[in-house]
Design a protein around this ligand. Sequence first.
Ligand SMILES: [Mg+2]
Length: 131
Amino acid sequence: MKCLIVDDESFCRDFVATLLSATADCHQASSGMEALEKYKAALAAGEPFDLVIMDIMMPGMSGHDAAKAIRHIEKEQKPAKRVNIVMLTALNSSNDAMESFCNAQSAAYLVKPVSKEGLFNVLSKLGLMKR
Ligand SMILES: [Mg+2]
């Protein structure tokens, strides 16, 4: 599984990458713009991501906007499958994550601080990980 971890805080990216190190080929982006660039490059190279874990609150382009942009590219380029997007939200903004979920941009969301159990539960529900 190829995974892109997007968060403006490096310790959050590193933490998720550590949790997934045994199961995923993890790449990181520190902003929505960088995430889009990496998403597009992977698609163009024929090695698309299976999973994007996307922080919502980031300076510049938000996780919402980056997720919307990814779905827009998918509409235009029609890759074989849509990437799974899991939004990361702080406790006080889970409504934000729900909004993204309901707009079908993301398949699931996780409330920070991310736990191994919570992350693995979500990934197994999405069929990305065996428990
Ligand atoms: Mg953030």
